[in-house]
Design a protein. Structure first.
Length: 187
């Protein structure tokens, strides 16, 4: 697809993630007679992140907040992307099939913004969306075996990571590779 597109076309992998203010335990060993006790929160507070990852530049764009992800929020997310890549002749965004990306008001908005082209990945194929690897990376860095007493601290750490992905480029170069194998069925 990249070879057949206009030069300077931007390719992004996007999706939403709901990051809960909660400690996610990693692998550990504990004596059954005296099991480990992990600090935890209620898990009622969360950040809803709509993000787009560019594997060519290692840049990450996001719309993050407590607001639920819906069609209006999806349009706000698309506007953030278009504004960030304002000089791109075309932006191709690979997404899953979340309902809010296919809502009628989103379709109408996309007709007025032809610079953004949505490409929907097959259902149940998260391995085709690079951002799923990015989300796993984010969880490893932020919530796996990490306890934040206050939601305010958790929220600040999330924004600190998401706004400074450039500090993790060496790690992302090995994780976020576009090597997809095409599997052909026997005829």
């Amino acid at each position: 697809m990249k070879s057949s597109c206009e030069p300077a076309t931007v390719f992004l992998f996007g999706d939403g993630m709901h990051l809960v203010h909660q400690n996610v335990p990693g692998l550990c060993w504990g004596d059954p007679k005296s099991p480990p006790v992990l600090k935890t929160n209620t898990g009622r507070e969360r950040l809803n992140i709509l993000g787009a990852y560019n594997p060519d530049t290692y840049k990450f764009i996001h719309l993050t907040g407590e607001e639920n992800c819906d069609a209006k929020r999806a349009i706000m997310y698309f506007e953030v992307i278009i504004n960030f890549y304002d000089s791109a002749p075309k932006i191709v965004l690979f997404l899953d099939n979340a309902k809010y990306f296919k809502a009628e008001i989103v379709s109408k908005w996309l007709k007025d913004h032809p610079v953004l082209q949505l490409e929907f990945l097959p259902a149940y194929a998260p391995n085709l969306n690079l951002i799923e690897r990015f989300w796993r990376f984010v969880k490893e860095k932020l919530v796996k075996n990490t306890y934040y007493e206050k939601y305010k601290t958790f929220r600040a750490k999330v924004f600190q990571l998401l706004n400074h992905v450039d500090e993790y480029v060496s790690e992302l170069k090995t994780l976020m590779v576009e090597k997809f194998e095409i599997i052909k069925t026997k005829a």
